[in-house]
Ligand binder design. Structure first.
Ligand SMILES: [Zn+2]
Length: 496
C-alpha cells in the first residue's frame, strides 16, 4: 500500500468521531444524574462517601448565637438577638440522641429518640415534648456531616441541577427531596466542590411554611473528613443562629453519663416523646375559672353564661387541642368565643391558630394586630393545621388601654400593662375571683427551689397592681405553677 499511515490515521479519526457521536447519543446525563454526580463530587471533597458514612457520632465545641424569631421586645421587630455563648453539642447518630450544653453554666438538654429527652431550667428538669423531638430529628437528618449520606441514599430523590452565584462565586445547585418530603437546594462551590449552603422550607410553629437557609464555611480537616467550622442559619431572610466551632471530633468515646435522663422524669420523658397529645391539667381556681397546667406553658379558661373565654394559646396546636378537650370536660360544650393573648411572643401564641379554627376571636393589644394577623394567615402548606383546613376567616379584636368582658355573672378585665419585657402587653384581672393572669412578669417553675428569679418586670408588675388597687390573692402564670400573691411579695423583699 502506498499511504498506509494516512489510511490508519483516517481510520482513527473516523472511529473517534463515531465514538463521540455514540457517547453524545447514549451517555448524555439527565439533570438528576448530573445532580447525583455533583453531590458525589461534594462527598469526595469532604473525604469520600465511605468516610462520611462511617461517622457515628460527632462532638462539637464552640459558641452559638441564637436570635429567636417572634421574641422581640416590640411586635414590629422580628428578632430577639441574644449574645453569643459557649455551646457544646454531641450527636450520636446511631440511636439517634444528642447532648447540648449551653452557656457558662453548661445548662443541659438531652434529646434521645428512644428514651425521650429533658431540659434543665433554673435547677429543675422538664421532659421534652414531641415537637422538640421532631424538630431535633430534622436537624440530625440535615447535619452537615451526614447530609450527603442521606441525600445520596435510596430514600432521597435527586431532582436536578442548576447554576447560581453565591457571594460572587459560581455554584452548582442540586435539588434533592429528602425522605420526609423536604426539598433541599444544595449549593456546591464550583472550585472546591464543598457545600456552601442548604436552602429549604420547613414547617415551623406558629409561622407554618418557613424559608430557611444554612451557610457553611471554614472547612477544615477532621480526621479523614473535611467539615465546616462555621454555620449561619437564616430564617425569613434574617440571621437566627450563628455557630462557630473551635473543636470538632468525630467518633469519640461517648460519655454515657451525659446522656442519662434523671430518674424522676425517665418515665414521663419516654411516654411524652412520641405522644400525640401533651398534658393540660385543669384545676378549678374560682367558680367557673380553670387553670390548665401544661409542661412549659399554661392556659386559663373562664365560663360565662353563653360562652367560654380562654386566656393564652401557647405552645402548639397539640396543647390547644388538649386544652379544648379539658374545657369540654370541665365546662361542657359552650362555644369558645374569645382567646385572649397576653403578648405577641412566639411561645405564647403558638396555639392561637387552633382556637381560631374553633371560631374564637383572638383578642390582643392593638400593637400586636399586624403580627397576630400574619400568624393567623400565613400559608401552612407543608403541614396544614386545623385553621388551614378550616378555611375560616380568623377574627381579631384589639384592646388599647382596657376592655371589660362581662355578662353579669362573670367579669374579665383586660388591661394594658407597660413593662420592660415586651410592648403591647395585657394583664387579665378577674375582680370577683381576685386573681390575675400574667405571663413572663414573675413565675416559679414546678419543683423550683433556691433563690427566686426576680426580673425588673416583676417589680413593675407589682407596682402596677398596687397602683390600680386591684385585689389579688392568686397569680395565674403563663409559665410555672399557681402562685399566691404573697409569694411575689416575698420574692421582691428577698431580692431587695
Ligand atoms: Zn414573653
Amino acid at each position: 500500500m502506498k499511504y498506509p499511515e494516512w489510511n490508519s490515521s483516517r481510520f482513527v479519526l473516523v472511529f473517534s468521531l463515531f465514538l463521540m457521536v455514540f457517547f453524545e447519543a447514549n451517555c448524555t446525563q439527565t439533570p438528576a444524574e448530573q445532580g447525583r454526580q455533583a453531590l458525589e463530587e461534594a462527598a469526595q471533597a469532604m473525604g469520600g462517601l465511605e468516610a462520611l458514612r462511617e461517622i457515628e457520632n460527632i462532638s462539637r465545641e464552640g459558641t452559638t448565637q441564637p436570635s429567636s424569631l417572634g421574641q422581640a421586645r416590640t411586635a414590629s421587630e422580628r428578632l430577639y438577638v441574644q449574645p453569643s455563648r459557649p455551646y457544646t453539642q454531641i450527636i450520636d447518630f446511631t440511636v439517634p440522641r444528642q447532648v447540648e450544653m449551653t452557656g457558662a453554666a453548661r445548662t443541659l438538654r438531652v434529646t434521645d429518640w428512644e428514651k425521650g429527652g429533658y431540659r434543665e431550667s433554673r435547677g429543675t428538669v422538664f421532659p421534652l415534648e414531641p415537637r422538640h423531638l421532631n424538630g431535633t430529628r430534622q436537624e440530625w437528618d440535615r447535619d452537615i456531616s451526614r447530609f450527603l449520606v442521606y441525600a445520596l441514599g435510596e430514600e432521597s430523590t435527586i431532582q436536578g441541577i442548576g447554576q447560581h452565584e453565591l457571594e460572587g462565586r459560581p455554584h452548582r445547585v442540586v435539588s434533592v427531596t429528602s425522605m420526609d418530603g423536604i426539598l433541599y437546594k444544595v449549593y456546591l462551590d464550583d472550585s472546591s466542590h464543598l457545600i456552601s449552603k442548604l436552602e429549604f422550607t420547613e414547617d415551623r410553629n406558629p409561622y407554618g411554611d418557613l424559608a430557611k437557609e444554612r451557610l457553611f464555611s471554614d472547612y477544615r480537616e477532621v480526621g479523614n473528613v473535611k467539615l465546616p467550622f462555621s454555620e449561619t442559619t437564616k430564617e425569613m431572610g434574617l440571621v437566627t443562629q450563628v455557630r462557630e466551632w473551635s473543636s470538632i471530633i468525630v467518633n469519640a468515646e461517648l460519655r454515657e453519663d451525659l446522656f442519662e435522663i434523671p430518674s424522676e422524669i425517665q418515665e414521663k420523658a419516654r411516654s411524652l416523646a412520641h405522644a400525640d397529645t401533651v398534658p393540660v391539667i385543669p384545676t378549678e381556681i374560682a367558680e367557673g375559672v380553670y387553670f390548665g397546667e401544661g409542661i412549659g406553658t399554661n392556659n386559663m379558661w373562664v365560663e360565662f353564661e353563653e360562652f367560654v373565654l380562654v386566656v393564652e394559646g401557647p405552645n402548639t396546636e397539640m396543647q390547644t387541642l388538649e386544652a379544648i378537650h379539658q374545657i369540654q370536660e370541665t365546662i361542657g360544650n359552650k362555644p369558645i368565643r374569645y382567646l385572649v393573648t397576653t403578648h405577641h411572643h412566639a411561645d405564647h401564641v403558638g396555639g392561637i391558630r387552633g382556637f381560631a379554627a374553633e371560631g374564637a376571636t383572638i383578642v390582643t393589644h392593638a400593637q400586636n394586630e399586624e403580627v397576630i394577623r400574619e400568624i393567623l394567615t400565613r400559608p401552612h402548606t407543608l403541614n396544614p393545621d386545623r385553621l388551614a383546613q378550616s378555611q375560616l376567616e380568623p377574627q381579631i379584636e384589639t384592646v388599647e388601654d382596657r376592655k371589660t368582658i362581662s355578662d353579669g355573672t362573670q367579669t374579665v378585665e383586660l388591661v394594658h400593662l407597660p413593662n420592660p419585657h415586651v410592648d403591647g402587653y395585657l394583664a387579665i384581672y378577674l375582680p370577683r375571683a381576685q386573681l390575675l393572669f400574667e405571663s413572663d412578669m414573675f413565675e416559679i417553675l414546678q419543683g423550683e427551689t433556691g433563690p427566686r428569679v426576680v426580673r425588673p418586670e416583676a417589680r413593675v408588675f407589682y407596682d402596677a397592681v398596687r397602683k390600680a388597687r386591684w385585689r389579688v390573692n392568686q397569680i395565674v402564670p403563663g409559665h410555672g405553677r399557681l402562685l399566691k400573691w404573697q409569694e411575689l411579695v416575698d420574692a421582691l423583699e428577698e431580692s431587695g
